[in-house]
Design a protein around this ligand. Structure first.
Ligand SMILES: NC(=O)c1ccc[n+]([C@@H]2O[C@H](COP(=O)([O-])OP(=O)(O)OC[C@H]3O[C@@H](n4cnc5c(N)ncnc54)[C@H](O)[C@@H]3O)[C@@H](O)[C@H]2O)c1
Length: 248
C-alpha cells in the first residue's frame, strides 16, 4: 500500500480521464489533491468527491503562470489535447496551443514546484507523455513534437532534481479509453477514410500485442507507484503502458 498522508499533489487536467483517475488514486492513498483544470465545473466535482481542492486555470496561458510558487510534494503534468492534421494543413495557432499546453506549461509548473520540493528534500514530478513521446504517427506533428519535448524535459528535470531527493519520470501510454480518445475516433475515421470500428481495430489496437485498451486505473496505479518511496531511485525513465507497441 502506498501511503501519501501529509503529501500535497497537484494534478493538471485532473477533471477528466487519466487526471481524474490519478487524482482519485492519490486521494485514496491519503494525499491532499489539487485538481487543476480549465473546466471549472468538472474540477470542482472531482475535488469535492475526493476531499481535495479545485484550481481553475488555463494552462495554455503560460505567461500568467511563470513566476508562480507552488507548494506541492507531487506534481503531475497531465493536461493535454489532440489536434490531427497533415503538416501541410496544420494551423499554426493549433500547433502553438498544443506545444504551449503540453510542453511549456509542464516546464513552468516544474519551475514553480521544484524550490519547495528541494527545501523538503523530497518530491515527485510525473509527466504524462505518450507512446507519441517515443514514436511518431502521421498527422500528429504538434502532439508528437510536444510529447517528445516532454521526454527531454523529464530527463533534464531528473538530472537537476535527483540530488535533492526529487525524481521525475514519464508515463507513456498507448491508447487509453478516455474522453480524449473517444473524441479522436470520429476524427481518425474522417482523416483515414475508414469506419469508427475500423479505427478501434486498426488505429488504436493496430500496434498493440495485447488486444485491449488500457484503463485509466492502470495509469493511475503506475503513477501511484512512481509517487511512492519505493520508487526513490527510479528517475528520468520512460514507463510504457502500450501493450507492446514500443517493443516493436
Ligand atoms: N487517453 C489516451 O489514450 C492517452 C494516451 C497517451 C497519452 N495521453 C495523455 O494523457 C493526458 C490526459 O489525457 P486524457 O485522455 O485523460 O484526456 P481528457 O481529455 O480526458 O482530459 C484532459 C483534461 O485536460 C484539461 N485541459 C485541456 N486543456 C486545458 C487547459 N488549457 N488548461 C487546463 N486544463 C486543460 C481538460 O479540461 C481535461 O479535463 C494527456 O496529456 C494525453 O496526451 C492520453
Amino acid at each position: 500500500m502506498v501511503d501519501l498522508n501529509k503529501k500535497r499533489a497537484l494534478v493538471t487536467g485532473g477533471a477528466s480521464g487519466l487526471g481524474k483517475a490519478m487524482s482519485e488514486a492519490f486521494a485514496a492513498a491519503g494525499a491532499h489533491v489539487i485538481v487543476a483544470d480549465v473546466n471549472a465545473e468538472s474540477a470542482e466535482a472531482v475535488a469535492s468527491d475526493i476531499g481535495g481542492e479545485a484550481w481553475t486555470v488555463n494552462l495554455a496561458d503560460t505567461s500568467a503562470l511563470d513566476g508562480v510558487d507552488l507548494d506541492v510534494d507531487i506534481l503531475v503534468n497531465n493536461a493535454g489535447i489532440q489536434r490531427i492534421h497533415p503538416i501541410t494543413e496544420f494551423p499554426l495557432e493549433e500547433w502553438r496551443l498544443i506545444n504551449t499546453l503540453m510542453l511549456e506549461a509542464p516546464f513552468v509548473l516544474t519551475k514553480a514546484a521544484l524550490p519547495a520540493m528541494y527545501a523538503k528534500g523530497w518530491g515527485r514530478v510525473i509527466n504524462l507523455s505518450s507512446i507519441h513521446g517515443l514514436r511518431a504517427s502521421a498527422n500528429k506533428s504538434a502532439y508528437v513534437a510536444a510529447k517528445h519535448g516532454l521526454m527531454g524535459l523529464t530527463k533534464t528535470t531528473a538530472l537537476e532534481a535527483g540530488p535533492h531527493g526529487v525524481t521525475c519520470n514519464a508515463i507513456n501510454p498507448g491508447y487509453v479509453m478516455t474522453p480524449m480518445v473517444k473524441g479522436q475516433i470520429a476524427d481518425q475515421a474522417k482523416t483515414n477514410g475508414i469506419t469508427e470500428d475500423e479505427v478501434l481495430e486498426q488505429v488504436f489496437l493496430g500496434h498493440s500485442a495485447v488486444p485491449k485498451l488500457a484503463e485509466p486505473g492502470d495509469i493511475a496505479a503506475l503513477a501511484l507507484f512512481l509517487a511512492s518511496d519505493a520508487a526513490a531511485v527510479i528517475n528520468g525513465s520512460a514507463h510504457s503502458v502500450d501493450g507492446g507497441w514500443s517493443a516493436a
